[in-house]
Design a protein around this ligand. Structure first.
Ligand code: GLN
Length: 195
């Protein structure tokens, strides 16, 4: 098979690390800023997409400003394999308990998330997690938690009994950063889901 083309939403936050990790897994990273990066005359230009972490309200504002939010939501809803990390998880969620003024999300992942859920307890830390997919070494940075989820969603990892990773069909949302520690588990799953 040709090397898979994986879009990385490249508006703000930890974009470069995702691009490097995907390249190391022999995928072709495709930075996405505007609708034309995502869709061409022949349809979608990417086989999967990653939504990086950063500041979710800023990313949301830029997605609207560049007009990327709507076509991306449509593509994800239509089954584009998707991985959202941290702010990316927030962007995918159906509900945010504590959005910034005007902040909205795609609503493609049937979860309610709470931003900055771990407070001072885990402002920023690297740790090992036991996930349903195996052990992972990851970084938490002002991470959200999944406070509730619908029947189509399966939890994949918890931290202190709070849900920090979920999957629903072609969509995976994780509250932490594997790209900062070089953890490949979640990106490999994304690529394998397309094989
Ligand atoms: N706390 C950030 C937010 O609410 C997310 C942090 C992150 O992506 N590392 O947007």
């Amino acid at each position: 098979m040709n090397r898979p083309r994986v879009g990385v939403v490249a508006l703000q936050g930890g974009v470069r690390e995702h691009i490097e990790l995907l390249a190391s897994l022999d995928a072709v990273p495709v930075p996405l800023k505007q609708p034309a990066d995502l869709t061409g005359p022949d349809g979608l230009r990417v086989d999967a997409v990653v939504l990086p972490g950063g500041e979710s309200s800023t990313i949301d504002r830029l997605l609207k400003l560049f007009g990327l939010g709507e076509p991306l939501t449509d593509a994800i809803r239509a089954g584009l394999p998707t991985l959202g990390t941290c702010a990316g998880l927030i962007q995918l969620a159906a509900h945010i308990t504590d959005p910034a003024p005007g902040q909205t999300s795609f609503g493609v992942l049937d979860v309610t998330v709470r931003r900055n859920a771990f407070g001072r307890q885990i402002d920023s830390a690297e740790m090992g997690l036991d996930t349903a997919w195996g052990p992972a070494w990851v970084a938490f940075i002002r991470a959200p938690e999944v406070v509730s989820y619908g029947p189509a969603v399966t939890p994949v990892a918890t931290l202190h009994d709070r849900i920090v990773a979920v999957t629903q069909g072609s969509i995976t949302g994780i509250a932490f950063h594997p790209e900062l520690t070089g953890e490949t588990l979640f990106h490999r799953r994304l690529l394998e889901s397309m094989a």
